[in-house]
Design a protein around this ligand. Structure first.
Ligand SMILES: [Zn+2]
Length: 353
């Protein structure tokens, strides 16, 4: 039994558990009771950076932070002695016999246009290098972003009739809890699986409802000219993020390698340089495993990042294709959480939720 209210309640409980963990950890950190937890630093993940939108139905709210929060985060990390390191330089940094402080490494996934408008000025003000992970299919408007499509479609519908993979189901999507439940069900059907068929059905339904999935990409994601302009800025680098933003671990081997190799070529077309870094789309253990880590190394990348939460340690130098990252998360935009996030500890608290 998973009615909409149960789903909404679970969502809130999970958020509260993580938040509770963060509260506890930020108290411990302030009391100086967590020596060493920050390790050698952290790689941070961002998606959208933009002013608060205050949307009523906002199922991907965790993927947005405000430019003010980014600014606060950087100021805070600086005051704690963190030193900015470009992801491309991380291997050399980890190899140093002595380091000036823990590293703060910034990455932004998917190439949203707001990265240029709102994040770049913050990074430039603080002289912080950053790497933007680009999916070729988003740049060329040949692939849609399912979570953006789904948000718009479900926001519009009173009933969502959809085949999640085991036959058509009709879901009421009139109230907010019902809309969130439908989104969660779609999310679940797309996690840990090959996604193409479900995404194709979603795109067809969106078009029938007057929503253009690649039009959303065109509005939200930087095009080639914009990426070339941002790549020319001194602090920025572009990294590979596949062509179709696919779940690599659930793709056949040849397609998996092709997705990675072609995306490196696409980035090289834009910047004139083969990218040294790769971010596995979705990036958790369902989306990238030993086969993908080996492919990243084999295809010539210097390093690759996951979304498995964690901080950098002495061992990170020896596991360059499975580097953990910490999401700067839209739900927890308070400066005092940053220490806790950078310590990596709250994830242990939230595991059970
Ligand atoms: Zn992504």
């Amino acid at each position: 039994m998973h009615g909409p209210h149960t789903v909404a309640a679970r969502r809130m409980a999970k958020r509260a558990a993580i938040q509770g963990g963060l509260e506890a950890v930020s108290l411990l950190a302030r009391a100086g009771l967590m020596p060493g937890a920050r390790g050698l630093g952290a790689i941070f993940t961002l998606h959208h950076v933009r002013p608060a939108t205050h949307k009523q139905f906002d199922p991907a709210a965790h993927l947005s932070v405000t430019p003010e929060f980014l600014d606060t985060t950087i100021r805070h990390l600086k005051s704690e002695g963190y030193v900015p390191v470009a992801l491309e330089d991380l291997t050399s940094f980890l190899a140093l016999p002595e380091r000036p402080g823990p590293a703060m490494v910034f990455t932004l996934d998917d190439g949203y246009r707001d990265n240029d408008e709102f994040a770049r000025p913050v990074f430039e003000r603080h002289s912080i290098p950053y790497t933007i992970f680009v999916s070729g299919g988003f740049v060329d408007r040949t692939h849609s972003i399912w979570w953006e499509t789904a948000e718009q479609l479900i926001a519009k519908l009173d009933e969502f009739v959809f085949d999640f993979g085991d036959g058509e189901r009709a879901l009421r999507t009139r109230t907010m809890p019902e809309k969130y439940a439908a989104f969660d069900m779609l999310h679940k059907s797309l996690s840990c699986t090959e996604q193409q068929a479900v995404i194709a059905r979603l795109d067809t339904q969106a078009k029938d409802a007057g929503i253009c999935p690649t039009g959303i990409v065109d509005r939200e994601v930087m095009n080639e000219a914009e990426l070339r302009a941002i790549a020319e800025r001194p602090l920025s680098r572009l990294g590979a993020h596949t062509i179709g933003h696919v779940n690599l671990a659930h793709s056949p081997e040849a397609r998996m390698r092709d997705e990675i190799a072609k995306s490196a070529e696409r980035v090289a077309d834009i910047t004139g340089e083969t990218p040294k870094t790769l971010a596995y789309p979705y990036g958790d253990r369902c989306a990238a495993g030993p086969r993908e880590y080996a492919a990243a190394e084999d295809l010539g990348f210097e390093l690759a990042v996951t979304t498995n939460p964690g901080v950098l340690t002495e061992r990170s130098a020896g596991s360059r294709y499975t580097l953990p990252r910490i999401s700067l998360n839209g739900y927890y935009q308070r400066g005092r959480y940053v220490n806790a996030l950078a310590s990596g500890i709250p994830f242990a608290f939230s595991k059970s939720a």
